[in-house]
Ligand binder design. Structure first.
Ligand code: PLP
Length: 369
């Protein structure tokens, strides 16, 4: 049996890789820190990986969302349909454009309940912003059909799901644009902030490239007022190196998740594991299950030196600053129940199968199984 403690994350061992030090050293030597050649190399490789025509590097996943929304023309007075159970940046980016997030509840897989979208659409609705939470793609074929029928743009929040796919089509390639994060905690991580936008539209690609760089069309002249949101070259170089490892990172995570699934199933009275669909590839940024007596379980796991997290304990519509949208407890019941029952177990790629067995055995022990 594995040795405790089991930490939720282990960036230390990932970033001890001497190859990464060489990658950073060569960027320092080049001094091409702002939109240097490595940014373009990484953009090309990332676009290929996501099976998209274009990929554009920006400052963060949050900026990717904000700039993508700006590029499709979302602004003051508009509404954007999204979910209340994401990381706060999803709704934050919508609010930053001056638009209003229109939340729809989630389904048992923690993603947008597509059967609720059409009822939420109003004449002011401009876009749908689904989140592929935990690394599990939202039902993009259904969302694209609704968007087409109502003339809405679609921006995918793929910050947790690089490499996930539906019928072998990668996320970020379904909507008008896909938004990704290179935050150190994500599956494809840099050593600081970074983000990517994918698209198959040449004009959206050009618009995003203007917006991320002050609107500059040449050294001295702008085409529009923009922002400073460039992916810096060191992060591009680190992420480009990590991209070469991404498939093995994902395979490891899928292997660990499959093991968790098999060790925890059959305890359904206490533990609910989301169903897995054969045509969907999940990449397990997080491994999230629902449990009874969550606080008791967390305390028990902590005593056994197993670290866990909750993504996310407070639904966005119940955050203080969201009160301006007039929501009350009970508006999104499935999301609210899930917020009380979900727990994220360790699933990083440095974890061993023995670690997972230890965690699963400890959980079963808590429930007397
Ligand atoms: C991490 C994350 C973001 C924000 O990405 P940053 O790079 O941290 O700005 C947005 N949406 C979701 C779902 C995320 O998990």
């Amino acid at each position: 049996m594995a040795s405790a403690p089991v930490k939720y994350l282990d960036l230390q061992s990932q970033f001890q890789d001497p190859c990464l030090w060489d990658v950073v050293r060569s960027e320092l030597e080049s001094t091409q820190f702002i939109l240097g050649p490595k940014v373009e190399t990484f953009e090309e490789n990332f676009a290929d990986y996501c099976q998209c025509e274009y990929a554009i590097g920006v400052n963060s996943g949050t900026d990717a969302l904000f700039i993508a929304l700006k590029a499709v023309g979302v602004g003051v007075g508009d509404e954007v349909i999204t979910v209340p159970n994401s990381f706060i940046a999803t709704a934050g980016a919508i609010v930053a454009t001056g638009a209003r997030p229109l939340f729809v509840d989630v389904a048992m897989d923690y993603n947008m309940d597509v059967s609720l979208i059409e009822a939420a659409i109003t004449p002011r609705t401009k876009a749908i912003l689904p989140v592929h939470l935990t690394g599990n793609p939202s039902d993009m074929p259904a969302i694209m059909a609704i968007a087409k029928k109502h003339g809405l743009s679609v921006i995918e929040d793929a910050a947790q799901s690089v490499g996930a796919s539906i019928n072998d089509q990668r996320v970020g390639a379904f909507g008008d644009m896909g938004c990704f994060s290179l935050h150190p905690l994500k599956n494809l991580n840099g050593c600081g902030d970074g983000g990517m936008i994918t698209t198959n539209s040449k004009s959206l690609c050009e618009e995003v490239k203007l917006l991320r760089n002050h609107g500059l069309k040449n050294r001295d002249e702008i085409a529009c007022f923009g922002f400073n949101s460039r992916l810096d070259s060191i992060q591009a170089a680190v992420a480009n190196y990590t991209l070469s490892k991404l498939e093995s990172i994902i395979s490891k995570r899928i292997k660990l998740a499959t093991l968790y699934d098999s060790l925890l199933k059959g305890a359904s009275e206490y533990i609910t594991i989301p169903s897995r669909l054969p045509h969907v590839r999940q990449v397990y940024h997080t491994y999230v299950i629902r449990v009874k007596n969550r606080s008791g379980l967390i305390a028990y796991l902590t005593n056994h030196q197993i670290e866990t997290k909750i993504h996310y304990p407070i639904p966005i519509h119940l955050q203080g600053p969201a009160l301006q949208f007039g929501h009350v407890r009970g508006d999104f019941p499935e999301c609210e129940v899930q917020a009380k029952e979900i727990i994220s177990l360790p699933i990083h790629q440095q974890l061993s199968e023995e670690d997972v067995s230890y965690i699963a055995t400890t959980i079963r022990g808590f429930y007397g199984l």
